[in-house]
Design a protein around this ligand. Structure first.
Ligand SMILES: C[S@@+](CC[C@H](N)C(=O)[O-])C[C@H]1O[C@@H](n2cnc3c(N)ncnc32)[C@H](O)[C@@H]1O
Length: 346
């Protein structure tokens, strides 16, 4: 492929990743698109972007909000009009179609995985809704998923517990790419748990609590959903750091504990630390679990408080070196850190 065509293909893929993941429109490489359109003066690139975004099968099945699609196509039309005199029918057909659609209460975001598969999530548009931060995907969850995909041996054939899973991006990505034996998603907010369970289903997984029905379904129709039984055992547990007991935690028999963006509020730090302390004192096959916590350092005081509190209960930490491949789109300048916790007493 000649370099110009390769560049155009890459540009199209950047639009695709951003659009399917519902990235804010101002973060798209519009200036590069305009430059490319001016230099090539044909509309093939725009048609390619249309196919990779609004007309992509994932978008057809799990669309982002109508408003988002309308703004996106309007922007593409503007870019086309800035270089061409003739309108491009395909763009206007798509716009007309979107203008006829009613806004739905559910909108989706799809995150493309290196395997060619994707994680599709039903997400809310507001950062805080129903009184929780758990109904959107935070940057630390994307960072942790990228790191896990690059370090899949840590998760392969092991039992994983995720604290404060939110709506499930990290865990679903791990279940799809890292071959865990069992994955326990957890959270405490009932709306978050409901959305999380919906997202687990959306991605073709069956919850452990449903496998009874599932097995029945199987005997009626031997060929349905056999794939699901071969995947990890998945649970979505209600687990409140304020009330979970040591016994409940040790019963889970986990090999690895992870969490993303759970260090953001000094008020919840002490209950989180107490859970981490109990987990690091538990043993599975004679060994304590490995614990990894990813978070965006928004306020250094909160970060230091977390470290001080860890130190008080005898837990040390080391910063885990960052991974090499950036797969998802998030603010690369945001200060995200991944800590591996080290229980000093063990
Ligand atoms: C900022 S969100 C992060 C969600 C997800 N891990 C991500 O990064 O996208 C924090 C999550 O911690 C959960 N959480 C907060 N306090 C909790 C508690 N006491 N017990 C269990 N989960 C809690 C919230 O419900 C929410 O889902």
């Amino acid at each position: 492929m000649d370099p110009a065509a390769e560049e155009a293909r890459h540009l199209g893929l950047r639009f695709q990743r951003g659009f399917l993941a519902g990235r804010r429109l101002s973060a798209f490489p519009w200036a590069e698109l305009e430059k490319k359109l001016k230099s090539s003066s044909d509309a093939l690139l725009l048609l390619d972007i249309l196919q990779k975004t609004i007309l992509h099968p994932l978008c057809m099945k799990y669309p982002p909000s109508v408003k988002y699609r309308r703004c996106f196509i309007s922007e593409l039309i503007k870019k086309h009009e800035s270089i061409a005199t003739e309108p491009l029918d395909e763009l206007y057909d798509v716009l007309a179609d979107i203008l006829n659609k009613e806004e739905s209460t559910t909108c989706y975001k799809s995150y493309l995985l290196p395997t060619g598969d994707s994680v599709t999530l039903s997400e809310t548009v507001a950062i805080i809704s129903q009184g929780t931060t758990g109904l959107v995907t935070w940057d630390a969850a994307l960072y942790l998923a990228e790191w896990a995909i690059e370090n899949s041996a840590i998760f392969s054939n092991r039992t994983i517990l995720e604290l404060g899973s939110g709506i499930g991006l990290t865990g679903i990505a791990i279940c799809k790419t890292c071959n865990p034996k069992a994955y326990v998603f957890s959270d405490y907010h009932h709306c978050v748990l409901e959305q999380l369970r919906e997202n687990i289903h959306l991605n073709g997984f069956v919850l452990e609590s449903e496998t009874g029905n599932h097995t029945k379904m199987q005997s009626q129709n031997q060929r349905t959903e056999v794939m699901d039984l071969q995947g990890p055992k998945i649970t979505a547990a209600e687990l409140d750091w304020d009330s979970v007991t040591k016994e409940q935690l040790s019963q889970l028999q986990v090999d690895v504990v992870i969490a993303a963006d759970v260090v953001y509020d000094p008020q919840i730090t002490s209950s989180l630390i107490s859970v981490l302390q109990q987990l690091s004192a538990s043993k599975t096959a004679g060994k304590p679990p490995e614990i990894y916590i990813a978070f965006t350092v928004r306020n250094p005081d909160t970060y230091h408080l977390f470290q001080t509190e860890l130190g008080k209960v005898g837990i040390g930490w080391q910063v885990v070196p960052t991974h090499t491949k950036n797969l998802f789109l998030y603010d690369l300048h945001s200060n995200i850190t991944l800590l591996k916790l080290l229980a000093k007493t063990l």
